[in-house]
Design a protein around this ligand. Structure first.
Ligand code: SF4
Length: 255
């Protein structure tokens, strides 16, 4: 029988301190299979500030989105349209959403004022990738998740050295980030894609195994770390939407 959240956890989800809440939820539900984590989180947060999902519609996105569609096809799924994506990714977003029956794709863009002030020609990524990510990804992401108490991501511990200790439930300021696939391996992901015959981002066939904006994404050779194709040649390894910078950009719980 599927796990249902306990009433005290429901009450705590609505008003509890996010750090304490994340600890409780990890203890109680962090060991469950991904589909149960998703069901529990929707149950917990639906009436406790709401829950959404975020997706880049990249190389690994289809599995999480399929699980979300199975649980709640109308759940808001936020996509950050940085203005620098591959055309293939935008097309894939629309095709996959249709395949899966996802009915609530929320597209969030950078602020016009920020682009006018800092990147009027769309070439800021050539000189300052941190600033470019700040206005094209981090600020829009903070705005996208601000209306909710919690949001899902498809991140996995094995994807990057910065994620090896990543919990299933994480406090980000006053909110909770839920990573139902945290324990999944590359093989788990591939197996799920195969079993459910899920559409793949077409760029994967060309060696793009971790896909972000086109100016900052390169294909990798077989056997190379997929994320080595992101900001290749730079020390940068993350755009900032998963790091403390997001917490700083988030409005308060009442904001
Ligand atoms: Fe800009 Fe590159 Fe960051 Fe995209 S990934 S927001 S193009 S620096």
């Amino acid at each position: 029988m599927a796990t249902k959240p306990r009433q005290p956890d429901r009450d705590f989800a609505a008003s509890g301190d996010a750090n304490e809440l994340a600890d409780v939820l990890n203890l109680r539900y962090g060991h469950l299979p991904a589909e149960e984590i998703i069901a529990v989180a929707i149950d917990l947060f639906d009436d406790a500030g709401g829950i959404a999902a975020t997706s880049s519609f990249g190389a690994d996105s289809a599995a999480l989105l399929h699980l979300i569609a199975e649980a709640e096809p109308g759940l808001p799924v936020t996509f950050l349209d940085t203005g620098q994506h591959f055309g293939e990714t935008l097309q894939y977003r629309d095709q996959l959403a249709e395949d899966l029956g996802l009915t609530n794709i929320v597209i969030v863009k950078p602020l016009d004022d920020a682009l006018t002030a800092d990147d009027p020609d769309g070439i800021l990524h050539q000189s300052d990738t941190d600033r470019c990510c700040a206005i094209r990804k981090v600020e829009p992401m903070a705005r996208a998740v601000a209306p909710y108490r919690a949001w899902f991501t498809g991140r996995k511990r094995g994807q990057a050295s910065t994620r090896t200790e990543m919990p299933v439930f994480e406090a980000v300021g006053p909110r909770i980030r839920v990573n139902p696939l945290a324990r999944w391996t590359t093989e788990d992901q591939a197996d799920y894609m195969r079993r459910h015959d899920l559409r793949q981002n077409p760029l994967v066939a060309f060696g793009y195994l971790s896909i972000g904006c086109f100016p900052c994404t390169s294909p990798v050779k077989p056997g190379e770390d997929p994320r080595s194709g992101r900001w290749a040649g730079q020390a940068k390894t993350e755009c900032g939407i998963h790091l403390p910078g997001l917490e700083a950009a988030l409005p308060s719980a009442s904001g």
